[in-house]
Write a protein that binds this ligand. Structure first.
Ligand SMILES: C[S@@+](CC[C@H](N)C(=O)[O-])C[C@H]1O[C@@H](n2cnc3c(N)ncnc32)[C@H](O)[C@@H]1O
Length: 239
C-alpha cells in the first residue's frame, strides 16, 4: 500500500488528513514519535485562567480528548515515543507494555513552569514513554540516556506558531538522538516539531496533521529545516 503525500520537502513527506486513516497506509517505520491529543481537564485555573489562553485553544481544537492508542501498532514500528498526560499513563503504558519488548517512562521538566497549583501540583513535568522492540533500543551517550530532560527553553509555541502545545527543540533533538533508525513518523504532527528535529538529525520523516493551519506552519518550519540542515548533512558536516 502507498499513498501520495500532500507535500514532499527534501526527506520529508507530509500528509494533510486523518492520522487513523493515513498512518496504516505508510507501512513500517523505525519509530512512531507522537504527541497525540491529551486527556485533560481544561476547566478551572482560578485567577490565572485569563493568562492561560492556550487552555482555551486545547479545548476548542479537541486536544483535551483522548486518542485511540491502537494507532501505535507494534507490527508497524520498531519503537514508539509517546507524550502522555497524567490521565493517560495507566492505559497507554499497558498498551505499550503489551506490544513492545521494553518500555521506559521519561519526562521533560519545565524549569520555568506557570506559577499555578490551585488544588493540585505545579505542572512542571510532562511524561513521555519510549517503547522498543529488540534491535531498536535507545541510542546516545550517557548524558543523552538520562530519562529527565531539564528544559529552560522559553520557546513560546503560541506566540511563534499559534499552537498551544508545541514541543521545545531541545526536547525533540534529544529524543531524535535517542531513537534508533532512520524512518520517523509523527501521525499527530502539529506544527512539525518532530519533523524539524528528524531532519536536523539526518533522518527521513513522515508527518500527518488534519488542521490546515497547523499543517501550513509545519510546511514552513520543515522547509526551513531542510534548507538549513540537509546540505550540511549531505556534505558530511557535523551539526
Ligand atoms: C498535541 S498536538 C501536537 C503538537 C506538536 N508536537 C508540535 O510541537 O507542534 C496534536 C496535533 O494532532 C492533531 N490531530 C489531532 N487528531 C488528529 C487526527 N485524527 N489526525 C491528524 N491530526 C490530528 C491536532 O490538530 C494537533 O495539532
Amino acid at each position: 500500500m502507498s499513498i501520495e503525500p500532500t507535500v514532499m520537502i527534501g526527506n520529508a513527506c507530509l500528509y494533510l488528513g486523518d492520522a487513523y486513516e493515513i498512518r496504516p497506509q505508510l507501512g513500517r517505520m523505525d519509530c512512531d514519535c507522537m504527541d497525540p491529543p491529551y486527556k485533560l481537564n481544561t476547566s478551572g485555573g482560578g485567577k490565572m485562567r485569563a493568562s492561560r489562553p492556550y487552555m482555551d485553544q486545547i479545548a476548542e481544537e479537541g486536544l483535551d480528548q483522548d486518542f485511540d492508542h491502537n494507532i501505535i501498532n507494534p507490527l508497524l514500528c520498531g519503537s514508539a515515543v509517546v507524550f502522555l498526560s497524567d490521565e493517560q499513563l495507566t492505559t497507554k503504558m499497558r498498551h505499550l507494555e503489551g506490544g513492545f519488548a521494553r518500555v521506559k517512562l521519561c519526562a521533560w521538566r519545565k524549569l520555568t513552569p506557570m506559577p499555578v497549583a490551585n488544588k493540585s501540583y505545579v505542572a512542571e513535568c510532562e511524561w513521555y514513554a519510549h517503547a522498543w522492540q529488540e534491535g531498536y533500543h535507545p541510542l546516545g551517550d550517557l548524558a543523552d540516556k538520562k530519562r529527565v530532560i531539564d528544559c529552560r527553553s522559553r520557546q513560546d509555541g503560541m506566540a511563534l506558531y499559534e499552537h498551544a502545545t508545541v514541543k521545545p527543540d531541545l526536547v525533540m533533538d534529544k529524543i531524535m538522538r535517542n531513537v534508533n533508525g532512520d524512518r520517523i513518523c509523527d501521525p499527530f504532527m502539529g506544527t512539525g516539531s518532530t519533523g524539524v528535529a528528524a531532519i536536523k538529525a539526518g533522518k527521513h520523516f513522515w508527518g500527518i496533521e488534519h488542521n490546515p493551519k497547523h499543517f501550513a506552519t509545519a510546511i514552513k518550519r520543515i522547509t526551513e529545516a531542510v534548507e538549513r540542515y540537509q546540505p550540511c548533512i549531505e556534505s558530511g558536516q557535523i551539526l
